[in-house]
Design a protein. Sequence first.
Length: 413
Amino acid sequence: MIQAPRGTFDILPDSAAQRKVVEEQTEKILGAAGYRRIETPTFESTDLFARGVGEATDIVQKEMYSFDDGGGRSLTLRPEVTAPICRAYLEHGMHKLAQPVKLWYLSSCFRSESPQRGRYRQFWQVGAEAIGSSAPETDAELIVLLADLLEALGVKGTRLRLSSLGTPETRSAYREELKTFLRAHEAELADTVRGRIELNPLRAFDSDDRRTQAVMRDAPLLIDRLNNEDAEHFAQVRALLDDAGIAYELDPTLVRGLDYYTRTVWEFTSDELGAQSGVGGGGRYDGLIELLDGPPTPGVGWAAGIERMLLAASDLAAPAEPVDLFVALARPDGTRTAFELARDARRAGLQAQLELAGRSLKGQLKHADRIHARWVAIVGENGVATLRDMQSHEQRDTKLENVIPTILRGGTP
Ligand code: AMP
């Protein structure tokens, strides 16, 4: 038997119904704040991610599904959607629109990671981007919108971690300072941390080695090195979140896996999830559009994983799909009449299904019960049908043409 590839999954109808709720809530919450939907292609030029996400990131180094398009060009299944949206912003001259341009998306993403609960190779993200504003209100509004979405979906045990990365210059000066600090304490560090001083000094903050942790308590923090404007921007974002009653933890070690972030970064985690606790996160990316050859343009956005939101909102109930009418057959020669009745009912705006499996009349009624049909019309002879109320179990004969109007009137003949 051929199975779906490792790390991918089928979205079966029950799950599709839950995802519809995610989509509707996203549209409602982001739509109310003026965000409009965008959809970009599933694959893009590899170069977009190499430049946009960053050559040195895990995503670009290890996780991309890249392939030759047959004409010598390298294409990549999108591992994230921010870089594609910035590409679209430039390609369609959206800088000419009123700024910021506020967009949301619901798209599949592809990363070649080792699969586990909450981590897949094809997964779905909803996300929002505001391009063209450097106002701290934009950062705060986006965080509030994500908090609202998580709350509306009933995502449990959420925590918000918040930090600021400052500018790339601040960050690289800080990296050098941190490296110098780590080198000075080399003897006290765990081997793995020592081995990564040059490549990834920030990882030292995540170490679970006791002695390393003791060293790191005195390590310099990026958040204390922000320049005046960045510090002021961050203070304003925090003040707005405080006013909005959004709880957060300042986490100066918050590093996100994408190179393009500047200033504010944040991540929502859920205690309901195991190792893969990140539900959604984002940040400001004031340099990204320039990296893609555009004019200096600030931007900020977030992405949240649909599978993780659903895992952490375990009882998200999708409304049952109503069935107004099930058309049953008393005799096999009534099929054309039954077919027409079901079609007319749908055209009149009813949810109508038709017997399709050749069941006995008893079997048809049982099936109608199972799918929670509100009414059953049993097509009989000479233009007459028996209309059965599946709640009261009352039934009466009526002319075929009366079936739909009767149902539309709620059962009054
Ligand atoms: P990122 O773009 O890495 O910041 O990811 C944003 C969100 O997407 C995360 O918080 C997760 O909810 C989700 N996500 C990222 N990678 C995966 C994956 N491999 N499988 C499922 N969800 C993911």
